[in-house]
Design a protein around this ligand. Structure first.
Ligand code: SF4
Ligand code: SF4
Length: 387
């Protein structure tokens, strides 16, 4: 006969209020960056005949593909590419946070995740419940973000070699990718507006529609989260099977049915931990020692990793890019002519052109140091081809 266990009430304070405050601060930081960038763009629009405002380097955080390529370039060559160095460090901070605390960036720092959450809360208020798609639609839709990620990784790591990656990072398109992105939203087209509006409406019905089904960045972080040694763990001995944890989970994970949450959709929001009514029954734990990790440590940890990595970039002079005011003024006039390869064939063509250009450059180089850097790149790219 099953003996009745004594239930000890969970009196630990919830962390959601602090999570909301952290999300709010990061959203405010992004608005601040956006406003600074607007003033910088205004200077360019006025052809330099207006007060100059420095470009805020934090805008690089909105260029995930360029940042990922910079990171790849850095780990392959040891060189920090100077076009968007802040982006590379922001990317590194986000990946590190995912390796330590799972997909925590999505639920603690990401402004899009924050907006999605607010819209989802609004939807739940209207419908008085969490709407879920049936499994047969949910699973294929969830794989869409992996297809998008797969294509990006294939284009960067398979179709392009290191010479082509460098050529892309050096390209005028990459140098003004932030401005291109700014005008994409500032001069928003009808189609883009319809797409964003649709995502917004869909997020009212289906919580985190963009994050759950389409965000390739979230997909990448979900993969890194599997490396995290800290997981949500349920104690089946003290669990009373109330199901409150599963009900609270914004990612619709069946927390009440597993011992350890091993899901790429878990974003370490700790809502389930807060919802559990029994003490020491559901916690984030270090899987090797089974030691409980306090909720405050997660909050402080995620923010600290982000601040430490970006702070390191600032202190060591790898935050600002090396593009001068005058160069930006020239780029601004020409930027409508700048493009980037789209599709497999175009990426292959780009790779081929970069290779040819590099060979021409090699034969005309006189600067010894520059020649050394390029031959290192060639060596790595050759190794990559032969592997
Ligand atoms: S399992 Fe828990 S921590 Fe993970 S997403 Fe769901 S509620 Fe958040
Ligand atoms: S909230 Fe989840 S883990 Fe906690 S007692 Fe209820 S079912 Fe068990």
């Amino acid at each position: 006969m099953k003996t009745k266990k004594k239930i000890i009430k969970n009196i630990e304070k919830p962390i959601q209020k602090y999570r909301f405050l952290i999300q709010l601060c990061f959203a405010a930081l992004c608005i601040w960056i956006g406003y600074d960038f607007f003033r910088f763009a205004h200077f360019l629009e006025m052809n330099g005949n207006a007060e100059f405002f420095n470009r805020p380097p934090g805008v690089d955080g909105f260029l995930p593909i360029s940042s990922m390529m910079s990171f790849y370039y850095f780990i392959s060559t040891g060189i920090i590419h100077p076009a968007h160095p802040a982006g590379m460090f922001i990317f590194l901070a986000i990946v590190l946070a995912s390796i330590v605390f799972g997909k925590s960036f999505c639920s603690w720092l990401c402004p899009i995740g924050f907006i999605s959450e607010l819209v989802g809360d609004f939807g739940e208020k209207i419908f008085k419940r969490k709407l879920k798609l049936p499994k047969w639609i949910d699973i294929p839709l969830r794989s869409l973000k992996y297809f998008l990620l797969g294509f990006l990784l294939y284009a960067v790591f398979v179709l392009m070699d290191l010479v082509a990656v460098k050529a892309f990072l050096d390209s005028p398109y990459n140098q003004v990718a932030d401005l291109k992105m700014y005008y994409f939203f500032a001069d928003i087209s009808k189609t883009t507006l319809i797409v964003i509006g649709s995502l917004f409406v869909l997020s009212i019905f289906i919580r985190n529609f963009w994050c759950r089904f389409l965000c390739p960045y979230g997909a990448l972080l979900g993969l890194f989260s599997f490396l995290s040694p800290n997981k949500i763990k349920r104690n089946p001995v003290t669990c009373i099977d109330c199901g409150l944890c599963a009900k609270a989970c914004p990612s619709s994970i069946k927390v009440d049915k597993v011992i350890t949450v091993l899901s790429d959709e878990c974003n370490t929001c700790l809502s389930c931990v807060d919802a559990c009514p029994v003490e020491d029954t559901l916690d984030l734990k270090f899987i090797l020692t089974k030691k409980k990790i306090s909720k405050k440590i997660v909050a402080i940890g995620v923010v600290s990793i982000f601040m430490a990595v970006t702070g390191f970039a600032m202190i060591t002079g790898h935050w600002q890019n090396n593009i001068s005011k005058d160069e930006y003024l020239v780029h601004y006039k020409l930027m409508d002519t700048y493009g980037h390869p789209t599709g497999t064939a175009a990426v292959k063509e780009f790779d081929k052109n970069a290779e040819e250009k590099n060979l021409q450059n090699e034969s005309s180089f006189t600067n010894k140091n520059a020649k050394k850097n390029y031959s290192n790149i060639n060596k790595s790219s050759f190794q990559k081809r032969t592997n």
